[in-house]
Ligand binder design. Structure first.
Ligand SMILES: Nc1ncnc2c1ncn2[C@@H]1O[C@H](COP(=O)(O)OP(=O)(O)OP(=O)(O)O)[C@@H](O)[C@H]1O
Length: 289
């Protein structure tokens, strides 16, 4: 469990990026931080692995304040995937994936064997292992980024707009792959995006942030769609994709999420199911869009 306790961050000479955030992030589930540009998503994410330290408040992992942890060791123990893959251009795909495990003392042979397995896990052909990042497509590079994030077998995987720079079709493929990988590995994933559709697709829990680093609302996709707490959340949910404008309707006794043309985008669970925290979604429950 990752916990933010009254966490604020003010950058030097900057405005308050995150203001008094209290948040509990469930283990072995996907929590998505979503909100407009500059609302503090990346700042929150980076406070988990101490790439950023809070100005006040505490971030705890399994009840241990991360401020007490060695930042380098902490960072190596947590997977991190960023938008432009962040791969080292002069090292092969396999070397990129195996760097952290080798730094952590895993033998080269073992790390390479595991690295090849991970390339398969993220849907990459073994023949790509010897290539350099520049010889891959954007989508393939992001897959390598995910493999690298998983290489040290971390409990926690932080993902900062990992699919933001690829075209919509590849993005959809990567989202589907991530959902499949997560259904097998059950990591604690914290995922940042500004795309509400992506948030609803991947998130067991979705945290909607507003300007100034305030949490506007947190809940399952079903809860947020059914009961937005204010106009900001209602607008943000509807505004995610101009062609969609999701709303809830009832047909033959079933509550459906439909887009503005009336196409069904998902089925809402009965209220008692919707109250359950998470795995419901992928096992045929709350959000089946
Ligand atoms: N190193 C920094 N120094 C000063 N201000 C910063 C720094 N990093 C971020 N900020 C400011 O803090 C606020 C939150 O930034 P952050 O990157 O966390 O937002 P975000 O929601 O991830 O934005 P985006 O979606 O555009 O990536 C913004 O106003 C930003 O300008």
């Amino acid at each position: 469990m990752i916990e933010f306790r009254s966490v604020s961050k003010r950058y030097e000479e900057g405005a308050l990026a995150v203001a008094e955030v209290n948040l509990a992030i469930a283990p072995r589930a996907v929590t998505v931080l979503v909100g407009p540009s500059g609302c503090g998503k990346t700042t929150l994410l980076r406070m988990i692995n101490r790439m950023v330290d809070p100005t006040s408040g505490q971030v705890l992992i399994d009840d241990v304040d991360v401020a007490t942890r060695n930042p380098v060791q902490l960072r190596r123990s947590i997977g991190y995937v960023m938008q432009n893959s962040g791969l080292m251009p002069h090292r092969t795909v396999l070397d990129n994936v195996t760097t952290v495990p080798i730094l952590q003392g895993v033998s080269r042979t073992q790390a390479r064997a595991r690295g090849m397995e991970l390339l398969a896990t993220v849907g990459l052909d073994a023949s790509l292992a010897k290539r350099y990042p520049g010889q891959l497509s954007g989508g393939q590079q992001q897959r390598v980024g995910v493999a690298r994030g998983l290489a040290a077998d971390p409990n926690i995987l932080l993902m900062d707009e990992p699919f933001g720079a690829v075209d919509p079709i590849v993005r959809r493929e990567l989202q589907t792959e991530l959902a499949r990988i997560q259904s097998e590995l059950a990591k604690t994933i914290v995922f940042v995006t500004h795309d509400i559709d992506e948030a609803f697709l991947l998130g067991d829990q979705v945290v909607i942030l507003r300007e100034g680093g305030h949490v506007a609302q947190m809940g399952t996709p079903t809860e947020l769609l059914a009961n937005p707490v204010d106009d900001f959340v209602a607008d943000f949910i509807g505004r995610g994709d101009e062609s969609k404008h999701l709303r809830i309707t009832e047909r033959n006794g079933t509550r459906l999420v439909v887009d503005q043309r009336g196409r069904v985008a998902g089925v809402l669970a009965a209220p008692e199911q919707a109250a359950e925290p998470h795995p419901s979604k992928r096992e045929g429950g709350a959000w089946t869009g």
